[in-house]
Design a protein. Structure first.
Length: 347
């Protein structure tokens, strides 16, 4: 019988590296704190003082999501300081759709072998996203799981909690015929459709992440790792001035799955795709993947990351407010009688 002492580190879990990671994360996490955060990094639970002043019936709104196979691009690039922004964006943008103001965020990072510096890079991205969203990063978990993930790989998930007054929850129920649809530009692919994207760029075309693509005016890795846009400030500014009847976060499933989620029965979203300019990456994917317009709009955001449904009389003001907030926005459609989505595309 082998009498050699066995240790947790010998089994693949380095608690000292974990402690080092926490120390490297601290400055990134602390910069997201505000006066409502009551417990610092390292406590067993995150404490957040709920400020519901001015609300009649405060309601908490929660959302959770990850980054998906976009992480594969980060592995290939060995660049890990932006996927955390994606993680925050995918959660926070969902919470915004109910009209909520993001309050706090938690993250979960799992890897086969923990490297403190890499973990700190990832959490830096999460913190960057939280600052953009006005959300405090009050908790998280870093799990080292030897034998579970391939060498150098990890997964990340996020959890967002926001608040909204019950009477101001946005459900889509008040959307009516004649309302205008305002589309806010995406930064590119965001975090959806990457299984198809990787199939086209890497398997079909044989590109590498460091290859410069003239049509995209950047390396492939730079284009694919562009972080998901966070719309918290823009939505907050609009909601302070105007009534918004519906908000759509365009994620997996594209236009055809996401837009109908907010439409009352008997109403259709008539969208004119010629009203905005698509980022070049979508045209490149469509051309080289031989993908139909319908399939593109079923899979990708096609350059529109969020949609706001507003009264026709408010559309101009909403567009001005969004522009003032640094967003590129367009009136992309109208609500009419019918069902689902009627899309006027190039086909």
């Amino acid at each position: 019988m082998n009498s050699a002492e066995m240790t947790y580190k010998g089994a693949g879990v380095d608690t000292a590296e974990g402690a080092k990671a926490v120390e490297l994360m601290k400055p990134h996490v602390i910069r997201t704190f505000n006066e409502n955060v009551l417990a610092g990094l390292g406590s067993f639970g995150g404490l957040f003082k709920l400020d519901a002043s001015g609300m009649k019936e405060p309601v908490l709104v929660s959302g959770t999501d990850g980054v998906g196979t976009k992480l594969k691009i980060a592995f290939l690039m060995d660049k890990h300081d932006t996927v955390g922004i994606d993680c925050v964006a995918m959660c926070v943008n969902d919470v915004l759709c109910q009209g909520a103001r993001p309050l706090f965020f938690l993250d979960y990072l799992a890897t086969g072998r923990l490297k403190a510096e890499k973990a700190a890079e990832i959490v830096k991205g999460v913190s960057d996203g939280c600052v953009m969203a006005g959300s405090a990063l009050i908790g998280g978990e870093t799990a080292e799981m030897p034998g579970f993930y391939s060498e150098g790989e990890y997964d990340i998930a996020g959890f967002s909690v926001g608040i909204v007054d019950k009477e101001k929850i946005i459900t889509g129920d008040r959307i009516k015929e004649g309302d205008r649809i305002i589309g806010i530009a995406s930064s590119g692919l965001h975090s959806n459709g990457f299984s198809l994207v990787r199939e086209i760029f890497f398997n079909k075309l044989g590109f590498g992440v460091h290859d410069y693509i003239e049509e995209l005016n950047a390396t492939l890795g730079e284009v694919l790792l562009t972080p998901t846009r966070i719309y918290a400030n823009a939505c907050r500014a609009v909601l302070q001035k105007y009534e918004v009847y519906g908000i759509v976060h365009v994620t997996g499933g594209g236009f055809y799955e996401n837009v109908p989620r907010v439409l009352p029965g008997g109403l259709c979203a008539e969208i004119d795709a010629s009203t905005w300019k698509r980022p070049p990456v979508f045209s490149f994917i469509q051309k080289h993947g031989s993908i139909s317009e319908t399939e593109m709009f079923k899979t990708f955001n096609m350059g529109i990351g969020m949609m706001l449904f507003v009264d026709a009389g408010d559309a101009g003001g909403v567009l001005e407010t969004l522009e003032h907030e640094g967003e590129t926005a367009h009136a992309i459609g109208i609500v009419a009688r019918g069902e689902g989505v009627s899309l006027n595309t190039a086909e």
